[in-house]
Design a protein around this ligand. Structure first.
Ligand code: F42
Length: 327
């Protein structure tokens, strides 16, 4: 399965045309990110729903902190209604930096995610929900319209979040691009699945990858570098060590980002090793090989995330022709 990510920092009309193109070249899912400072995710998904016919439409990912979970259930159910049953719910603990700016406390993200998924399941089943959780308390709320059976994907990186996904989710969206990270992640998902008496294969494993494709390798790499810089700066030490990247690079790159020193980042600070560890990047042949390597070890959805390529339209067409079409 193939998914594509768009960030609504771009005008919704532009995303609508990219999404239609993605649908036409064979993508199964489109995922729209959710941060308060970009255009609203549900408004964006509603427009995309009206402009497409088959592609599934997901929040990629929303969180349980900025909206009450009953409102989230109603919003995604409305997308499901508008799109004729094409909605998918991606939800994760959220982005601490944006919560700090909004004055929202990031309390118990793991527990909050678990209790939110259980409430969502009840809402989607059309039940009157009574949940006396520690973090999510619902006292008799019920949707007044049919939500339908909306699949729930968890955005997860940490071992416990991955385990939770294995226990309770239909799929998992993992911000990573390299087989080494998925070997570790898939083990955690399996632990959770087994705990819940499920077959781990029931869980769609999504590689939410930094993706950059172009016929010219250097152009693809250049386009990926800034995204890779942000990934390195935000990676746990353990992940950097797993890829043989010096932990000190995190501070150096973080410092350059803070200063807006993009010249240094592009001029050598972001190394080939980093690009290789944290992106699917290069010519169609290289990208195809990397996609196949991931699928080989159990990734079931390749999600092409930012930047997609130096030219998004050309990149979407290339992925359709050379990778989706070639499989
Ligand atoms: N976040 C957004 O806000 N918007 C997006 O559009 C977005 C997209 C996205 C796409 C893919 C993806 O994988 C993540 C994405 N995210 C997005 C980020 C996402 O919302 C989460 O922040 C991210 O996936 C969470 O990372 P994580 O799995 O590392 O989880 C954190 C919370 C963590 O620390 N997990 C630990 C772990 O091992 O998994 C668990 C920590 C723990 O046990 N906490 C306890 C608890 O109950 O929360 C509390 C312990 C205590 O002592 O209180």
């Amino acid at each position: 399965m193939f998914g594509i990510e768009f960030v609504p920092s771009d005008p919704v009309s532009k995303l609508a045309s990219y999404t239609k193109l993605a649908e036409d070249v064979g993508f199964d899912n489109v995922w729209i990110t959710d941060h308060y400072n970009n255009r609203d995710v549900y408004t964006t998904l509603a427009v995309l729903a009206m402009n497409t016919n088959t592609i599934k439409l997901g929040t990629g990912v929303t969180n349980p902190y900025t909206r009450n979970i009953a409102v989230t259930a109603s919003s995604i159910a409305a997308i499901n209604d508008i799109s004729g049953g094409r909605a998918i719910m991606g939800i994760g603990p959220g982005d601490k930096a944006t919560f700090d700016a909004m004055g929202i406390e990031w309390v118990k993200p793991l527990l909050t995610s678990r209790e939110s998924v259980s409430a969502l399941r009840e809402f989607f089943a059309g039940k009157k929900v009574n949940q006396d959780g520690e973090r999510v308390k619902i006292a008799g709320a019920k949707m007044a319209f049919k939500a339908g059976n909306i699949p729930i994907y968890l955005g997860a990186q940490g071992p416990k979040m991955l385990e939770l996904a294995g226990e309770v989710a239909d799929g998992v969206l993992i911000n990573a691009s390299h087989p080494k990270d998925f070997e570790v992640a898939i083990k955690q998902i399996s632990i959770g699945a087994k705990k819940a008496g499920r077959d781990p294969k029931e869980v769609d494993v999504g590689a939410y990858a930094c993706f950059s494709i172009d016929k010219k390798e250097e152009k693809a790499i250049e386009a990926a570098k800034i995204v890779v810089a942000f990934i390195v700066a935000g990676s746990p030490d353990m992940v950097l060590e797993r890829h043989g990247i010096p932990v000190s690079a995190k501070g150096d790159i973080g410092g350059a980002i803070a200063k807006g020193d993009f010249g240094s980042l592009m001029g050598g600070m972001v190394t080939t090793d980093m690009v290789d560890a944290f992106s699917i990047c290069g010519t169609p042949e290289t990208c195809k090989q990397k996609v196949e390597d991931l699928m080989q070890i159990g990734v079931t959805q390749i999600l092409c995330g930012s930047p997609i390529g130096p030219n998004k339209e050309k990149a979407i067409k290339l992925i359709g022709k050379e990778i989706i079409g070639g499989n």
